[in-house]
Design a protein around this ligand. Sequence first.
Ligand code: SF4
Ligand code: SF4
Length: 181
Amino acid sequence: MTNVKGEKKKKKVKVININADKCNGCRACEMICSAFHAAPKYSSNNPARSRIKIIREPLKDVYVPVYAGEYAVAECSGRDKYTIDGKEYEECAFCRASCPSRSDFKEPDSGLPLKCDMCEGEEKPLCVKWCMVDALTYEEREEEIEEEEKPEDIETGLESLANKYGLQKIIDAVARMSQKG
Ligand code: SF4
Ligand code: SF4
């Protein structure tokens, strides 16, 4: 259906609520995420391929789940440094971006960026299902928006990836993804 510009339409918004106080650092979420995204699906698990990462400080009983967010073409000029209960965390530790300044949220073999896709095709995100202590909970709601996503936005994103990693790597990654499931 063609959307007339300016016309309101409903958009489903998926939200994972994170309660870090409940997280016990078991890393089941990392395991199931990496297994779900393995090719073929569930053929292996490797937390390095997970789209969720647990920042762990076992001696202080601190565990903070962080989700992989948008790909960043260039590193930003600012840095975040958190101190929680007297403990200093690495710069950018809680950032969600897959960015050139660090190895987090990158596919270990290809270096391609990882991003949480909310377990596309599943009724509920698997990390939420596998979190036995309800540190992760899920909700959906509808919001009104005015415009559809423009095809140019997708092309700009693909062009950035192709510039960064080379067109062939992107084509190979898309081919791998299309074989999943
Ligand atoms: S599954 Fe839940 S409790 Fe375990 S590490 Fe992940 S968020 Fe924390
Ligand atoms: S919602 Fe799915 S893709 Fe996103 S981190 Fe959880 S398991 Fe991974």
